[in-house]
Design a binder for this molecule. Structure first.
Ligand SMILES: C[S@@+](CC[C@H](N)C(=O)[O-])C[C@H]1O[C@@H](n2cnc3c(N)ncnc32)[C@H](O)[C@@H]1O
Length: 378
């Protein structure tokens, strides 16, 4: 394998030389540097002791956790032999210690931090390390569902589970049957598909967690670059689980773009989409602490800061209005987004941009007021 060196955050790692990222024997996607930046900031705020990067590839994510966060013990795991060898190489380069073999499939580096490189199926490792990790990161190809049960048993009952899902075609309804099969949920097509997909993903974790009497609180969840990401704090107890389940519900949308949502175990109306999470997508204080930390961290992606600022400013209400979609659906002219926001604010409503789409707003204004605001700009 031929390598090139890449710098990301405080890490210098070797990645396979390849024409296209999916041709490489070990996966490295530079676009995901923003995901890793956000994760480093999140872990720095959470301050977990034991961290697992369950699907590690080159090791970049876990190595950044070891170098850039207060975590004391970081595990990097991958099922691929090539990945495991590269994790060992990258760990040696970045940690400056040689490390020692611990059994046939495990290597431990004892330096300032303890870093364990492991070569196994993630489900086997997580089953072995029961209630061990304070922060557990699932960053798979596609859907995280095949790892959810073991992850929810491997993370501590008050720990944090971070999930990435790159199967946006499934969660956004392009492959409806696959969404039913993997997430037991009905997706939606159209302008609400990304927010609904993120909420279906969180809703799925809520339902998996509930059977262990675990509740879920969302520290931060977002959509970006064709993937979903959620940092989920677990809460121990049947009542906590019931509370999280009570925040699941359904979304209904008319041809005009008017939408409604309702909490409930079963949908009251058809057609409806879900079940999906209808609770918050962020804890404001958590995001603001992350933003404060951006001043002292070496961020790798030039858009991380502005993206976090958008997330911090965004109104946290379920669903949004895409002004272009509303104009198209209702035969209207569309003005500038900033003017629509101003028009709504002038009539006493709250309104902000949303990270889900550059042409959309989040607002507490009813549908008719949004239509009026668009019309008033002619
Ligand atoms: C998307 S990549 C991980 C990227 C990495 N987290 C990063 O930030 O660059 C997914 C990795 O999961 C590994 N993988 C797939 N199935 C696995 C399993 N069952 N157990 C452990 N690793 C697995 C693959 O070999 C691949 O390296």
């Amino acid at each position: 394998m031929e390598f090139v060196e890449v710098r990301e955050g405080s890490a210098r790692i070797l990645v396979p030389k390849a024409e296209r990222i999916y041709d490489a024997p070990v996966f490295y996607n530079p676009v995901m540097a923003l995901n890793r930046d956000v994760s480093v900031l999140a872990v720095s705020v959470i301050k977990p002791e034991r961290v697992l990067d369950a699907l590690s590839a080159t090791g970049i994510r876990g190595i950044r956790y070891a170098l850039e966060t207060p975590a004391g013990e970081v595990w990097l795991n991958d099922i691929s032999e090539d990945a495991f060898r590269l994790i060992l190489k990258n760990a040696r380069r970045n940690l400056g210690v040689e490390g020692e073999m611990l059994g046939e499939r495990r290597f431990v580096f004892r330096g300032e931090k303890t870093v364990v490189a492991n070569h196994d199926d993630a489900n086997r490792l997580m089953a072995e390390k029961f209630r061990y990790f304070d922060f557990l990161d699932l960053d798979p190809f596609g859907s995280p569902v095949e790892f959810l049960d073991t992850a929810l048993r491997s993370v501590k009952r008050r720990g944090v589970l971070a999930v990435t899902a790159t199967d946006t075609g499934v969660l956004c309804g392009a492959y409806r049957q696959a969404c039913r099969r993997k997430y037991l949920a009905e997706p939606i097509r159209g302008e609400l598909c990304h927010e609904a997909g993120l909420r279906i993903l969180i809703g799925t974790v809520v339902r998996y967690a509930a059977k262990y009497d675990l509740g879920v609180e969302v520290l931060l969840a977002y959509y970006r670059d064709h993937y979903f990401r959620a940092f989920l704090r677990l809460r121990s107890g049947a009542k906590k689980a019931d509370r999280s389940v009570s925040m699941l519900g359904y979304l209904m949308q008319e041809a005009s773009g008017r939408f409604e949502y309702e909490t409930g175990f079963l949908p009251e109306r058809v057609p409806s989409h879900g079940p999906l999470w209808l609770g918050p997508l962020k804890e404001q204080e958590f995001v603001e602490e992350m933003l404060t930390l951006t001043k002292e961290k070496a961020l790798a992606h030039k858009k991380t800061l502005s993206f976090l600022e958008t997330l911090a400013e965004e109104l946290d209400l379920p669903f949004h209005y895409d002004t272009h979609a509303l104009a198209r659906r209702n035969g209207l002219q569309v003005g500038k987004l900033a003017d629509v926001i101003d028009a709504l604010r002038e009539t006493g409503y709250r309104a902000t941009r949303t990270h889900f789409s550059p042409t959309a707003i989040k607002t507490d204004a009813p549908f008719d007021a949004v239509i009026e605001a668009i019309k008033s700009l002619k």
